[in-house]
Unconditional design. Sequence first.
Length: 341
Amino acid sequence: MRTPFSRNLAIDIGTANTVIYQSNRGVVLDEPSVVCINTDTGEILSAGLEARKMVGRTPGHIVAIKPLKDGVVADFETAQKMLRIFMNMVGVKKLFSKPIIVVAVPPIVTSVEHRAIKDAAYAAGAKKVYIMEEPMAAAIGAGLPIQEPIGSMIVDIGGGTTDVAVISLGGIVTSRSIRVGGDAIDQAIVNYVKNTYNLMIGERTAEELKMSIGSAAPLIDESNARIRGRDLVSGLPKDLMVTPREIRDAIADQITKIIAAIKATLDETPPDLVSDLSRTGIVLAGGGALLKGLSERLIAETGMPVRVADDPLYSVVIGAGRCVENIDMLQQILAPEQRSK
């Protein structure tokens, strides 16, 4: 059932960002999963990028909240409000007909969290809501031959979780999810700088360090980076230089956990599919796939080919978007969620 003139939506509600895909238009929204709330009134003042700009800069009665933590909904009510705001941003209320919505979620999301996400989508104007697991969506978005009798392996490294899955014949054969992702890597950098230099830096500074000089393996051309934070002894601003090796050591435990999850998934994979994977290799998706040296490290650790998806940041929402554009073809992949009366 193709829907060439519909405005159906696919949504990837991530710990770091929420991305919305509109059928036949592509990605129409990419906003940080953050809201700012006035604690005196309970009013949401801003969401997305505007709210993220306020993180760490708000007065006492205004707090910035990330309603998702470690890939799961930590604050149901705020997550629902945030989703409504984002759906309104793409004009759901202005549509003549209610859209069908596919929501991609991590495999570790509980049925209660499914209900919270589903209710938010219905409250924002959905006609029907389908829940889809992120590894399957990422595999579709990365262009893997998921419906063929051949093994494909996807590693989706998001903000809150890393999801590893082996897929064949349109289903997940074996999978593993761990609550280690970009946020945990950033926090490891914050902790390292604090413990080593008595310097407190923010999450955004840690993320910038990760992106600029962070790596999973030594690189040929490396350069140091200057950071600024608050000296925990004097309380005053302070600058210092950090090296790529320091950042690599700081995030080593998180990278090791991701590699261990991949190896554990391979151990649980049937031998014939492992034989397929030795040829088809591992495909990396999610923001964590962009970490320098990760592909090289995985090749060395597993002896398998490794490549990064063409559009790793949007692999999940693109895959879910293809499903919402052609629901019949992929009906067996989706789990229809009907609203309870």
